[in-house]
Design a protein around this ligand. Structure first.
Ligand code: ZN
Length: 298
């Protein structure tokens, strides 16, 4: 028996089955009509009941099949349950996590502009940068230059004069600065060497621990101030700098309300360049650089 013969037999059988079915349906319809005309509705009721039962059966089978299908691919539902952050996480925690992610991203793209140097984080040995000398004779990291010019223009446009008191200091200059301060406390105030040193360290960093060695720090006062001892933080130029310098990539590095976290006295003249993105982030979230580092776990 070859394939053609089998196919022929199947077709023939199907035709015969279809004819028989048609004949049966016709006979059934005729019976239904005849009984209904004779006002005997029993067959009509059975028919409707049978159709309804069939529909119900199809719906149930369909549902059972669909349910099984859903069970067969549990991955999607499991993923939804396994992600606790969206549905179950406390909104405050979510916000903190998102801030930390943003901080991490800013840190990674800052190309070292957010480097941390403070009394507990010495400057990396061999730290170098491309120097740029300002008209006033101070050196800075070249990457700060354009933004410093913009900041300078903006201060003047706001109607204020400013004076740069310091920028880059090499190790030796930092040592000399500290030593002369100690000496003056010993000679003029009669303090012991030790007392004089701890007092001097309140305002001048230990060599190797000063941001000024990175070329990213700048001390700015209003135009009439030439020394840090004359400094007045209520001067309009200083108030303007504290409020607006972040727009140009600078932060007030040691604010009055952050001495507990920075471990450094309030220094209203000391601004630190971190780049616009980081400065805006720190400003908007009221963070010191130390808090930024603890946020990213470094
Ligand atoms: Zn400074």
């Amino acid at each position: 028996m070859d394939f053609n013969e089998i196919w022929y037999r199947i077709k023939k059988g199907a035709k015969r089955f279809w004819k028989k079915t048609k004949r049966l349906v016709k006979r059934y319809v005729r019976l239904l009509v005849r009984h209904t005309k004779a006002k005997d509705y029993s067959i009509l009721i059975y028919t409707i009941a049978a159709v309804l039962v069939l529909i119900l059966l199809f719906v149930l089978i369909g549902k059972a099949f669909h349910g099984k299908k859903k069970k067969a691919e549990p991955t999607t539902t499991e993923v939804v349950i396994a992600t606790p952050t969206e549905a179950t996480e406390d909104p405050v925690v979510t916000q903190q996590r998102m801030l930390a992610e943003q901080a991490e991203q800013i840190y990674n793209s800052s190309a070292g502009l957010t480097v941390l140097v403070n009394p507990t984080h010495p400057i990396e040995s061999g730290y170098t940068f491309e120097h740029k000398t300002l008209n006033a004779g101070y050196d800075i990291d070249n990457r700060m230059y354009d933004d410093l010019i913009s900041l300078s223009d903006a201060i003047n446009a706001a109607g204020f004069e400013y004076n740069i008191l310091g920028a880059y200091r090499d190790r030796e200059t930092q040592e000399n600065l500290l030593n002369s301060q100690i000496e003056s406390f010993v000679n003029e105030e009669g303090l012991s060497e030790e007392e004089a040193k701890s007092k001097a360290l309140l305002n001048i960093d230990e060599p190797g621990y000063s941001e000024h060695e990175t070329g990213l720090a700048i001390d700015i006062a209003s135009g009439d101030v030439t020394t840090r001892t004359d400094f007045d933080d209520t001067a309009p130029a200083t108030q303007w700098l504290i409020a607006n310098s972040y727009k140009y990539g600078f932060i007030l590095r040691y604010p009055q309300d952050k001495t507990g976290v920075t471990g450094v006295n309030y220094k209203p003249w000391h601004f630190r360049y971190v780049g616009k993105e980081a400065a805006t982030f720190l400003h908007d979230n009221n963070l010191s650089l130390e808090e930024f580092y603890s946020m990213i776990g470094r």
